[in-house]
Design a protein around this ligand. Sequence first.
Ligand code: GDP
Ligand code: MG
Length: 405
Amino acid sequence: MTVRIGLIGKTNTGKTTFFNAATLQYAEVSSYPFTTKQPNYGTTYAITPCVCREFNVKDNPRNSLCIEGYRHIPVELIDLPGLIKGAWAGKGLGNQFLSVASQADALIHVIDASGSVDEEGRITKMGVGNPLADFYDIQEELVMWLMRLIDRQEDKILRNVKSGKELAEAIADVLHGIKITTSHVNTALKSTGLQDKDFGDWTMLEDKKFAEKLLEVSKPMIVLANKMDLETASSNFETLRESLTSYMVIPASAEAELALKRAVQKGFIKYIPGQEEFDILNPEQLTEEQRKALEFIESRVLGEYMRTGVQFAINVAVFKLLGMGVVYPVSDAAKLSDKSGNVLPDAYLMPPNSTVRDLARSIHSELEKGLLYAVDVRSGLRLPGDYRVKDRDVLSIVSAMRRAG
Ligand SMILES: Nc1nc2c(ncn2[C@@H]2O[C@H](COP(=O)(O)OP(=O)(O)O)[C@@H](O)[C@H]2O)c(=O)[nH]1
Ligand SMILES: [Mg+2]
């Protein structure tokens, strides 16, 4: 399963800058301007300490990268056009963005913490905007969207219930297109206490309460307080952090990350995303302006907040918010390799409570069909199909159909 993270937030808060910074690869030394239309989908990486250091081996990653002992595992990032008020009702930009948001497993809500955008997302005088109100506006858009989606399907849901389906299943049935599962719906029903109430009798208030809860469980979200490099941002950041206590609020400067990534491409600096420092490689190549810009990032962004927040946000979304674990399937348990001899070739992101069987299925359906057991490389133990895989597990799956990994 590929993890998909969606960027949402008002216009001009820095979503596209975040997207560009997070998806810019060191390897790909292209210089096409960012003013050209960017695709909405891009690959970024969740970064975690690789097991290669523990096993003291040189790995040959296939589905991921290993850079200086850190495994970079691809995740998909989706950049959405800005939300504007009333978008759920088909006004303004239309509700296309909401259907894109629907494809995400987790959301990063980008906020202009410097208060440089007004209510409608237009650039305004720095410090004038209200970042907390911006958060609630977008939140309201999302809830209204979900409420309306459910409302539009009311007849179908009622028919589903009549034909004997459980309520959770009946609702999930009309929402699986937006990655909402029966288990999400069940959780929302229980925590709103609506599981025993006739769906046809829900009040509007209950509809809304349910949509809010369902949004919370099915589209977990972190808040990115962006533009922290601007003076007006720190007090707004405090406000956001104190008010939004049920969210992780991450300070960031997407623009600083983008500048660092570009400096890497030009060979000016050595910088690994998420790190708290960079090294200038060839100081004599820098213009005065470039040197000042890097100094500014070093003191105002890295110095104050330790990091630009971009890589940190991706990691938090994948590992904390979604609770993913990283599992390394291998074919040869002794050599830690696949059949071609590649050492620790693959790293899989597995959701909480995933089993050996789930892992086998994500590798190949044939592998799951003939699944016998997995061998835990560290202990040599045979693990049954329903064993719950753990973060950093290195496993060799043994299947009657084929032995692979
Ligand atoms: N100072 C500062 N400006 C930023 C930052 N991120 C984005 N911007 C600027 O904010 C404006 C809107 O950015 P953009 O990424 O297009 O916003 P979007 O509409 O949410 O996609 C642009 O002028 C960016 O250069 C940041 O971290 N700091
Ligand atoms: Mg944009």
